[in-house]
Write a protein that binds this ligand. Structure first.
Ligand SMILES: Cc1ncc(COP(=O)(O)O)c(C=O)c1O
Length: 366
């Protein structure tokens, strides 16, 4: 048996007729740049997130950058974020000219530790960017209260957390703005790249709409220097077909997470658990384990994919060496990078595939 990280052909097979029809309609009407499909997705995604506005863009990275820039973050500013994330979290901050400042994570949730924020705060801090890593929401209330006290904007990196809930509220519009990625492997994935920012702030949404389209306020009238961050019409079309399935896909991911919790109980693995305030989207199922690299190799030998999210803390990445980062203590992040292993979880995974993974892990420790 082989167990892959995900099975996109199976997902497409289930939706083929609807997706093909949506593509045909978009092509027949030449809805290639933004257009009605993207507008419909913006309305539905805003509603799904409980937000007043959604601005669809061409990637999650663009969404983060757009939100930061529209909030006025720039050179001389510091943005406090998590050192355990995909590199785009830091890149987006750097694009604005601001400096990312890394506060350590909580060991249980792998998310930015609200208590660590205070220890890295300076007068230059302008924003906080928590990441809802692996689909598990960051603890937003203490983050929002530190932010209010110090007049910081809060931008959620919700790239991995479609449909996740913080105290019953969808993530994304809990802070001032939230950025999503619809990269092909995400819980809600486009056919290639896509992203969006949600917010309740009408002025912010308006600025982001201008910035994503070259600062263009009317035909060739440009009031700002912006970007070409428009979402492609075909991506809007596929997202509209997929969005109604998000809940059932997330429910299946949850079922798989629960089966892992049962099947792997009693092994030396430390299994992920939801905090009492959180409902995870279970984007990734990340365990901590002794002999991580040997277990990964053993699984590969058995035909089971396993990943490492992430092997290196962001501030240690080569791309950031030689920059003017402030050194901050991140012992929990360093420990996590040495111990984490991601097991396959995707909605189309069969029970037989999962039992095979569980069996393979058990065999390693036996
Ligand atoms: C946490 C996080 N932030 C940002 C991004 C960037 O999104 P994209 O790949 O759509 O640019 C990703 C996704 O890959 C991510 O996982």
């Amino acid at each position: 048996m082989r167990v892959p990280p995900l099975d996109l052909p199976a997902q497409y097979a289930g939706l083929k007729q609807e997706i093909d029809r949506a593509f045909e309609r978009a092509c027949e009407n030449a809805w290639f740049k933004l257009g009605p499909e993207v507008e419909r997705f913006e309305r539905d995604w805003a509603e799904r997130c409980g937000a007043a506005h959604c601005v669809a863009v061409n990637s999650g990275t663009s969404a983060l950058h757009l939100a930061l820039e529209a909030l006025g973050v720039g050179a001389g500013d510091e943005v406090i974020t998590s050192p355990l994330s995909f590199f785009a979290t830091a890149e987006a901050i750097l694009y604005t000219g601001a400096r990312p400042v890394f506060a350590d994570i909580e060991p249980e949730t792998f998310n930015l530790d609200p208590r660590a924020i205070a220890s890295v705060l300076t007068d230059a801090a302008r924003a906080v960017m928590p990441v809802h890593l692996f689909g598990h929401p960051a603890d937003m209330d203490p983050i929002l209260s530190i932010a209010a006290e110090h007049d910081l904007a809060v931008i959620e990196d919700a790239a991995q957390a479609h449909g996740a809930l913080y105290k019953g509220r969808p993530v994304g519009a809990v802070g001032h703005a939230g950025a999503f990625s619809f990269y092909v492997t995400k819980n809600l994935g486009a056919f290639g790249e896509g992203g969006a920012v949600v917010t309740d702030d009408a002025d912010l949404a308006e600025r982001m709409r201008l910035l994503r389209n070259h600062g263009q306020s009317g035909g060739y009238f440009h009031s700002l220097v912006g970007y070409n961050y428009r979402m492609a019409g075909l991506q809007g079309a596929v997202l509209n077909v997929k969005l109604p399935h998000l809940d059932e896909w997330n429910a299946r991911r949850r079922e798989i997470a629960e089966r892992y919790a049962e099947g792997l109980a009693g092994t030396p693995l430390a299994l992920p658990r939801e905090a009492d305030y959180a409902r995870s989207s279970w984007h990734l199922y990340v365990v901590r384990c002794p002999d991580r690299d040997a277990l990964k190799e053993h699984l590969a030998g058995a035909g089971v994919w396993a990943g490492i999210h992430y092997p290196v803390p962001l501030p240690d990445l080569e791309a950031l060496s030689g920059g003017d980062l402030r050194e901050t203590p991140i012992p929990q992040t360093r420990r996590a990078c040495a111990e984490v292993l991601t097991l396959p979880v995707f909605p189309e995974m069969t029970d037989a595939q999962q039992d095979y993974v569980i069996e393979a892990v058990r065999r390693f420790y036996d």
